[in-house]
Design a protein around this ligand. Structure first.
Ligand code: PLP
Length: 401
């Protein structure tokens, strides 16, 4: 029979947990459970709703709609799927044009390609790091001259900060083009008292593992057009027509959220305000700790908005420091601390090399500058003060030497 060693004699376990040179890893943003997740998962098991349909899915949709103030929500397998369905519902198809923020994760724009449409990328501005109204205006003027307006505009709320929605909406309304708000990173954020994600025709949230709340994976499409969401749920379940046999008249997708994962999402949503407060407190501690380091400029919070501060992100003023984001990232890495570059603007990606791009101003694109000078710090709501102090010490040491 195999002899099981007591744990203290198990060398590999000991090495990992106790060796003094093995520092505890600090992650950028790791899942933070509330303790209620198993309750809803067990409900799913007890009632045998182990399917992409069931009470947790219905309740998660209703609870998220209530929290954000949207008329309704459709729970989906991912935020990317939600963007895809939003484009589909707006009739975006082959050869159509779609405007999209450039400074974002590739998932914001991939669904444009799924539909065979053509992305046009819009630069960022300095006040929120999101879509520049000036650049959006230029793109619309050029498109109108060509006689080919976009079918939709995808506006991203980066790292939890809302874009200048009033200005963007005014331009889009002038041309009669709907906005899809990519609020994957901004659940819990506010724009002039309204929930981030509810200002456009459609909004999308993501519950991927590193987002402010997670269902391990998943997404939600929200809208004040409840009828459009009925259509979204239909498309997300293989577009099965109501009939006593299998009947289909249009293409569908397998995009519904699992009833088990919706249970995780429900428990997580109960804690959203706590999570926002925790991330904002983490940001506030960074801001306080680095207030004397002039070269560090955090992502601004626009007046009359509340960012959930999903990630505390800053740019380095390279006019006054010789340090680069890469220097900081490497120093943190040595101490087992994860940090991340800002999203690499999509207009710079090989994948989108043929896509037009409109800049905010005349010099270096704002999105390129934020990418070149920026960094995201560990911001998880479950990070302890001691852990955050480790992050702060490493960065302060770099600037003091
Ligand atoms: C995470 C994210 C997405 C994609 O969400 P998934 O649920 O991972 O598909 C889309 N846009 C942005 C800006 C994101 O950060």
């Amino acid at each position: 029979m195999m002899k099981i060693l007591p744990i203290e004699q198990n060398q590999s376990t000991n090495l990992f947990i106790q060796a003094p040179y093995q520092k505890e890893k600090i992650f950028l943003s790791s899942p933070h459970m509330t303790g209620n997740e198993m309750k809803y998962i067990n409900e799913a098991f007890d009632t045998n709703w182990i399917a992409p349909i069931g009470p947790n899915v219905d309740k998660f949709e209703a609870e998220l709609a209530a929290y954000t103030g949207a008329a309704a929500g459709a729970a989906l397998s991912s935020g990317t799927a939600a963007i895809h369905l939003a484009l589909h519902l707006l009739g975006v198809g082959k050869g159509d044009r779609v405007f999209c923020s450039s400074l974002t994760f590739v998932a914001s724009a991939n669904p444009i390609l799924y539909e065979g449409a053509e992305p046009v990328f819009i630069d960022a501005e300095e006040q929120t790091w999101n879509m520049s109204p000036a650049a959006l205006r230029k793109a619309f003027v050029a498109s109108a001259e060509e006689g080919k307006l976009p079918k939709a505009v995808i506006v991203v709320n980066l790292y939890g900060q809302s874009a200048q929605m009033d200005e963007l909406l005014e331009i889009c309304n002038e041309y009669g083009v709907p906005i899809i708000e990519d609020a994957a990173e901004s659940l819990g954020s506010l724009y002039k008292g309204r929930s981030s994600g509810t200002l456009g025709k459609f909004g999308i949230y993501s519950f991927n593992g590193n987002k402010i709340i997670t269902a391990s994976s998943g997404g939600m499409l929200i809208s004040n057009d409840a009828q459009a969401l009925v259509k979204a749920r239909f498309l997300a379940s293989q577009a099965k027509d109501p009939a006593p046999y299998y009947k289909h008249h249009e293409v569908g997708y397998n995009y519904r959220m699992s009833n088990i994962l919706a249970g995780v999402g429900r428990a997580q949503l109960e804690a959203i305000e706590d999570r926002v407060n925790a991330r904002r407190a983490i940001y506030a501690r960074y801001a306080e700790a680095f207030k004397d380091i002039e070269a560090i400029e955090f992502q601004p919070e626009l007046e009359d908005t509340r960012s959930n501060r999903w990630l505390s992100a800053f740019t380095l003023n390279t006019d006054i420091t010789a340090l680069t984001p890469e220097n900081i990232k490497r120093a943190l890495e040595t101490e087992e601390i994860e940090s991340r570059n800002i999203w690499n603007p999509l207009h710079q990606q090989e994948l989108f090399k043929d896509a037009p791009f409109y800049k905010d101003g005349d010099g270096e694109a704002v999105s390129e500058k934020i990418f070149r000078c920026g960094l995201c710090l560990p911001s998880g709501s479950n990070m302890t003060a001691a852990q955050q102090n480790r992050v702060i010490r490493v960065i302060k040491n770099l600037f003091n030497n």
